[in-house]
Design a protein around this ligand. Structure first.
Ligand SMILES: Nc1ncnc2c1ncn2[C@@H]1O[C@H](COP(=O)(O)OP(=O)(O)OP(=O)(O)O)[C@@H](O)[C@H]1O
Ligand SMILES: [Mg+2]
Length: 601
């Protein structure tokens, strides 16, 4: 199946962290804004905790100074350890508060972000969603937001903490031991440069691995969604191989990254400890000639370790923040799209009820995903309010497309569609769609009860109304046969309904919605004679008094419609009633009818 080429190319570019990108990423803090005081409190506590940590780390050295009889603070041994215990307790309280505060900010703000992102996804136009894969979209809501959340709740705080510790540590040793400090700081640029070089390389490798892992998820999702097809074609082995191929690539990339990470770790460790021992050597010489106290030496070593640790972790946090910048970009890419509607609580019935006159005027259409193939090439027809028409024609002629344009799933490329004399694009989309119902060929039921599935046609409908709709849709009989009736669970966790049963649920949905315009896309094509009769009866009830567009392969089901349009290759090639079209000896309608008759015979 198709590869995600667009994404793969993007990764290759190795995006640089420019000021502009950072500024755009910082937009994420608009979600933190409502919790700014909590966030600021967290930052203050964080700063206090970091300074306290530096203070605590000075005390072990002091112990040696006291032992040598040269205390810095005029405190005894017991007092030093008492102070130490007190500071540690305070540090514990601060740590707890910090974690709590940041968790509160990040959980609440990211929940809002997730909800906004989902709202965006669900209100985006169909062409936008069709261009992307389901797996990619869900990963934005889960993985990308999780990455950003990690930065807000932990990484950013740790980063600030390490910066404070780094700067504080450097200031402290420069003040206390300027000469030694200079020797030590002389080795820093080397470490920092190495860390940055490695860090960037590793970051790219890790990202490649991440993308490849996402690819494996796409395989799993796809096969789970169409598991029946996989099994029917006994393609388990094929899918397994496809999955394994992606997995191998993940491992390969991960190992390459691990190689670099290993080198990174080795370099950091040897350079760090090399520098540490070098400095210890210089320092112990100073203690030997009496220029320096033993306690200060201990302090110095501790602080060298702390500073080294801070630098090492800053590199890691930097990497995390850079990938979070990437994540925010993917999030904004969706958030900045213009939705086709803004969702709002709807009244039970449409505020604006159409009479249902539909006019197509020179409608041309090309799918955005296939710009070189015109699908509709100038469709003209008018359906007076409350009339029934049928669209017939060969597979791929464009029948479903005509119907999808009326639902405004896509915009026409040229021409106009009018409903009740208004251009459909001038009507509020929510009001508009509330007046239309579709009974598709493939009915998807949501996981839940039968009652919930019928009520989907008009959320808030009473049980009596739902039962009534089920009766009219000829669905009551089979619903009643289930021990739990309307409360029967359907879908993944419940019973699986047959095609005809699902279709009658969809009809009940449409009855409940009570639309002015009804679209039936081959609603009876997949049924046996008995269910077809039941569904047809239900449809007749449903179509009463509504403008109906029926797409049918089986011509027998549309004899009594007001007008039949024969579609061929995106054009209407014949139109008229059944009798009129039957009277054209070599007409397209008759040809279709003859073909069907021969097949049936
Ligand atoms: N989402 C899409 N993106 C690109 N092309 C599409 C899309 N949907 C349909 N097409 C193309 O548009 C043409 C018309 O498709 P349409 O579904 O309208 O045919 P149809 O008349 O309903 O056929 P059928 O009787 O088989 O349902 C076909 O060539 C199809 O390949
Ligand atoms: Mg179709």
């Amino acid at each position: 199946m198709a590869m995600r080429t667009g994404g793969a190319q993007k990764e290759g570019e190795r995006p640089k962290l420019t000021g502009d990108r950072i500024r755009r990423a910082l937009r994420i803090f608009s979600y933190v804004l409502p919790y700014r005081w909590t966030f600021i409190a967290g930052m203050v506590i964080l700063a206090a905790g970091s300074l306290l940590f530096l203070g605590i780390m000075r005390l072990p050295g002091e112990v040696f100074n006291i032992l040598d009889g040269e205390p810095t603070y005029n405190l005894g041994l017991n007092q030093v350890f008492l102070v130490l215990a007190g500071l540690l307790a305070l540090q514990g309280v601060l740590s707890y508060l910090r974690v709590q505060l940041f968790a509160r900010v990040s959980e609440k703000s990211m929940a809002t972000l997730r909800s906004d992102l989902y709202q965006k996804l669900i209100t985006l136009s169909i062409p936008f969603l069709e261009e992307r894969r389901v797996g990619e979209m869900t990963s934005r809501i889960t993985n990308d937001v999780t990455q950003v959340q990690g930065v807000i709740s932990v990484t950013l705080a740790e980063f600030v903490r390490q910066v404070i510790i780094l700067i504080g540590g450097i200031v402290l040793i420069i003040v206390a031991m300027p000469r030694l400090a200079l020797i030590m700081l002389g080795t820093f640029p080397v470490v920092v440069l190495l860390a940055m070089f490695f860090g960037r390389h590793i970051r790219r490798l890790m990202k490649d691995r991440q993308d490849q892992l996402a690819q494996t998820n796409v395989v799993v999702e796809e096969t789970m969604q169409s598991i029946q097809t996989v099994k029917a074609y006994t393609n388990e082995w094929f899918e397994l191989k496809r999955y394994a191929k992606h997995l191998n690539e993940v491992v390969r990339l991960a190992l390459r990254a691990a190689h670099m990470r290993g080198l990174f770790a080795a370099f950091i460790v040897s350079v760090m400890f090399g520098a540490l021992f070098f400095i210890m050597w210089r320092a112990s010489l100073m203690v030997q000639v009496g220029v320096m106290e033993k306690g200060d030496l201990v302090n110095f070593i501790i602080f060298t370790g702390i500073i080294g640790g801070a630098i090492a972790s800053l590199g890691a946090f930097y990497t995390e923040m850079v990938s979070a910048v990437g994540a925010t970009e993917r999030i904004w890419e969706i958030m900045d799209e213009t939705p086709e509607i803004s969702p709002r609580q709807l009244p039970a019935r449409p505020t604006q009820r159409f009479t249902g006159e539909v006019t197509y005027q020179q409608v041309q259409f090309t799918y955005p995903g296939r710009p070189d193939v015109p699908v509709l090439k100038g469709i003209d027809f008018t359906i007076p309010a409350g009339r029934k028409i049928a669209l017939v024609g060969a597979s791929g002629a464009g029948k479903s497309t005509i119907v999808q344009l009326l639902l405004q799933f896509y915009r026409v490329s040229a021409g106009q569609i009018w409903v009740d004399g208004k251009n459909i694009y001038d009507i509020d989309l929510l009001d508009y769609r509330q007046n239309i119902a579709i009974v598709p060929q493939e009915v998807m039921l949501f996981g839940g009860t039968i009652q919930e599935n019928i009520a989907y046609g008009r959320p808030g409908a009473s049980v009596a109304e739902i039962e009534d709709a089920a009766h009219k849709a000829n669905a009551w009989q089979f619903i009643q046969a289930f021990p739990e009736g309307l409360q029967t669970l359907v879908g993944e966790r419940g019973v699986k309904l047959s095609g005809g049963q699902r279709q009658r649920i969809a009809i009940a949905r449409a009855i409940l919605k009570d639309p002015a315009i009804l679209l039936l896309d081959e609603a009876t094509s997949s049924l046996d004679a008995e269910s077809e009769k039941l569904v047809q009866e239900a449809l007749n009830v449903l179509m009463e008094g509504r403008t109906s567009i029926i797409i049918a392969h089986r011509l027998a089901t549309i004899r009594d419609v007001d007008c039949i349009y024969v579609i061929d290759n995106g054009l209407i090639i014949e139109q008229g009633t059944h009798d009129e079209l039957s009277a054209i000896p070599d007409g397209a309608y008759n040809t279709l009818a003859r073909l069907q008759f021969e097949m049936a015979g």
